[in-house]
Design a protein around this ligand. Structure first.
Ligand code: RIB
Ligand code: CA
Length: 314
């Protein structure tokens, strides 16, 4: 049976690849997508998500728009590098068939989870504002969530600051609520996503597949490689992480990442490290483990999965 998932996205270029993997994988059933303020303003994230579903021929996948700003702090100005890695609007035709659904994403999440049999995995790959708001508004949804698989966090190094990864940094109060919600959590942080890069050669191979999803993924990853080589060079040039897609692939094949079940919390006060995921690998806090935190990833397996899944058509 395919695993039911809801993706909460701030579509961006890697969110777009994650959405296509989730929509086309035979191992997943994409129940819907919710959009949140993050890489760009939430209305752009919504338009970008609609463009993706139009492009791959699945305009019927429901999209609901969510929160337009962080829970408890001023909107952090997005660092320049992200605009070169994402841009405001994806390089895809404007959506014509896919439509944003009426109603706020938070209310749709609550209704959908309460009506479910507790079999829908939540996959937030942007700031956690929608998820935290839904939990605060209706705590009963927690018993209906089997697992939350988050793209976010960082132990060794951040990307938005020295200490913090973007999705957590933009709304640390929301992230703290979610990581402490008591449900099973897998976190796919930069420590894993930076070990699974997609290269320009991989983009050529994607293009040769000749499918809409593979063509779009090649276009988005080439943009990411340009942005990363210019602003956040990885351990080798001409390659970039595709963070959100790795989180989705980890649901399809959990062995693609190596995780550690440890206590994790989120700094919300310290001036220099706000948004840091504090990973207690040695259990110094005496607190129970609450997160399966990934510290490595299998790059060849990741690229193989992208080729297999994005080579499919709807
Ligand atoms: O730090 C990487 C994360 O921030 C990814 O989800 C990317 O899309 C941005 O949201
Ligand atoms: Ca994202």
């Amino acid at each position: 049976m395919p695993t039911k998932v809801i993706l909460d996205v701030d579509t961006g270029t890697d969110d777009a690849v994650a959405l296509m993997v989730a929509a086309l994988s035979p191992d997943l059933e994409l129940v819907g997508a919710t959009t949140v303020n993050g890489n760009t303003a939430v209305h752009n994230c919504t338009e970008n998500t609609l463009r993706v579903f139009d492009w791959i021929g699945l305009p019927e996948i429901p999209v609901h728009q969510g929160m337009s700003r962080p829970l408890a702090r001023e909107q952090m100005t997005q660092l320049n590098p992200a605009s070169r890695i994402h841009g405001d609007l994806l390089d895809l035709p404007q959506a014509t068939k896919a439509r944003v659904q009426p109603g706020h994403a938070v209310d749709w999440l609550i209704e959908t989870l309460l009506a479910s049999s507790g079999d829908i995995t939540l996959v937030p790959v942007g700031p956690l504002t929608n998820i935290a708001t839904a939990i605060q508004k209706e705590p009963r949804i927690l018993e209906r969530i089997p697992e939350i698989v988050i793209m976010g966090g960082a132990h060794h190094h951040g990307n938005s600051t020295a200490s913090a990864e973007f999705n957590i940094w933009l709304d640390p109060e929301a992230a703290r609520i979610v990581v402490n919600c008591g449900r099973p959590i897998r976190m796919i942080p930069l420590d894993a996503t930076h070990q699974a890069l997609v290269s320009l050669d991989d983009c050529s191979a994607l293009r040769n597949l000749g499918t809409p999803a593979a063509e779009a993924a090649a276009r988005f990853v080439e943009k990411r490689i340009d942005g990363y080589d210019a602003t956040q060079p990885m351990h080798r040039p001409n390659a970039a992480p595709v963070h959100d897609a790795l989180a989705v692939c980890a649901i399809i094949d959990p062995t693609i990442v190596t995780t550690h079940h440890i206590p994790v919390d989120v700094e919300t006060n310290a001036e220099l490290s706000v948004g840091r995921t504090v990973c207690d690998f040695r259990f110094r806090s005496g607190r129970p483990a609450n997160v399966h935190f990934a510290m490595d990833a299998d790059e060849p397996k990741f690229v193989r999965m992208l080729m297999e899944i994005l080579g499919r058509t709807a």
